[in-house]
Write a protein that binds this ligand. Structure first.
Ligand code: CAA
Length: 379
């Protein structure tokens, strides 16, 4: 078994690390405080090929493997999880979904600008009353012959106001339940599309999370993804890959907080010596490093499984469950090691602790991951 990264993977990791330190670190506290979307930074990420990392270069992507993607996600998330969620949604949910399930015409029209960073995408599944229970879609896409008439409200939409294109999951045949759902490509600037107020969040405050309302939006039939009624399967397949991205985000938040705590523990003195010389702190660091190593192995294994063309649903959910749980705990320990300094913004760990929480909620709560995992292990 080979645990070595390739030269190309190491180069991607370094490029993402440099970008995070040089472009994201300055201003990250201010963006968090003022809920400012990292517009310029996202534009640069797109120019560097980080928004369509796994997409074929013939559609404007970087043609990289999923392992490279999670390495980049970890590095970006160490510094700025508000930026990395935007990157994750565009790469995993939007671009991967379009490349895997769209026809050639749709790929030329939508995938190419989205993968090359000229446009940004969002994925619209959650609703006020359909979060974990994703089959209960209330948004309707009524079949009107050559178009669908879209009505309803979507909630908690990452890139809600910044995206150019939305992938919208909506019910066409309510009596068919999840088999009557479609996935539609919708332009944000079409008549009848309204972007609701920005959510004022605990963490990832730089990302723009909105409700999106549709009122009698006419969506041409050619904007449906896949066969009639394929929408729910589309959403589930796309989310399995998305969970690898969020697992990598959680890993990055944890490792970012750990690295800060490690450095601080070697500088800060108490009781006559650096605090890292106290076993109370050294043992915390040992536990944090061990948990992070476990999460990293799981995240890379999930990405590798996807690269091998094998079923990655289980490994993705396990990686997300574990990485998000340890991110919660590791960031909390990092604040504890910093003491009072950890509780103020300048030391970054309080932000990472707040950011960690969302990784247990979006793209399927920890409980949803346990549904997926338990169903597989009990089969
Ligand atoms: N691939 C393909 N098909 C799948 C699938 C997968 N991974 N998972 C489920 N399905 C299919 C099932 O086979 C089933 O089809 P059949 O009836 O034909 O067999 C159908 O989907 C319904 O599946 P279930 O019966 O398992 O459905 P359920 O109601 O019991 O729910 C669930 C399953 C796992 C809880 C699912 O609803 C779920 O994943 N919920 C969470 C949704 C979620 O992750 N939302 C995140 C929003 S996006 C986001 O957060 C982005 C962001 O902003 C960062």
């Amino acid at each position: 078994m080979n645990f070595q990264l390739t030269e190309e993977q190491k180069a991607v990791q370094m490029a993402a690390r440099d970008f995070a330190r040089n472009e994201l670190l300055p201003g990250v506290i201010e963006r968090d405080e003022h809920q400012k979307f990292p517009k310029e930074q996202i534009k640069k990420l797109g120019e560097l090929g980080f928004l369509g990392m796994m997409v074929d270069p013939k559609y404007g992507g970087s043609g990289m493997d999923s392992v490279s993607y999670v390495l980049a996600m970890e590095e970006i998330s160490k510094i700025d999880a508000s930026t990395s969620v935007c990157m994750s949604v565009n790469n995993s949910l939007v671009c991967w979904g379009l490349e895997t399930f769209c026809n050639e015409e749709q790929k030329q029209k939508y995938l190419t600008p989205l993968a090359s960073g000229q446009a940004l995408g969002a994925f619209l599944l959650s609703e006020p009353e359909a979060g974990s229970d994703a089959t209960s879609q209330r948004t309707t896409a009524e079949d009107k012959g050559d178009y669908y008439l879209l009505n309803g409200t979507k909630n908690w939409i990452t890139n809600g106001s910044s995206a150019d294109y939305y992938l919208v999951i909506a019910q066409t045949y309510p009596d068919k339940k999840h088999k009557g759902i479609n996935a539609l490509i919708v332009h944000k600037d079409w008549p009848g599309v309204t972007v609701g107020a920005k959510e004022n969040k605990l963490g990832i405050r730089g990302s723009d999370t909105h409700s999106i309302m549709f009122q009698d939006v006419k969506v041409p039939k050619e904007n449906r993804i896949g066969e009639d009624g394929f929408g729910f399967t589309f959403a589930m397949k796309v989310l399995a890959g998305g969970r690898i991205g969020i697992a990598a985000q959680a890993l990055g938040i944890a490792s970012g907080a750990y690295e800060l705590a490690l450095k601080y523990s070697k500088e800060r003195k108490a009781f006559g010596t650096e605090i890292s010389n106290h076993q109370a702190v050294a043992f915390k660091l040992a536990d944090m490093a061990t948990a992070i190593e476990g999460a990293r192995l799981m995240v890379i294994k999930a990405a590798w499984t996807k690269d091998q063309g094998q079923d990655y649903t289980l490994s993705a959910s396990m990686a997300k469950l574990y990485a998000s749980e340890i991110a919660q705990w590791v960031t909390n320990e990092a604040v504890q090691i910093h003491g009072g300094y950890g509780y103020v913004k300048e030391f970054h760990v309080e932000r990472l602790m707040r950011d960690a929480k969302i990784t247990q909620i979006y793209e399927g709560t920890s409980e949803v991951q346990k549904i997926v995992i338990s169903r597989t292990v009990l089969k």
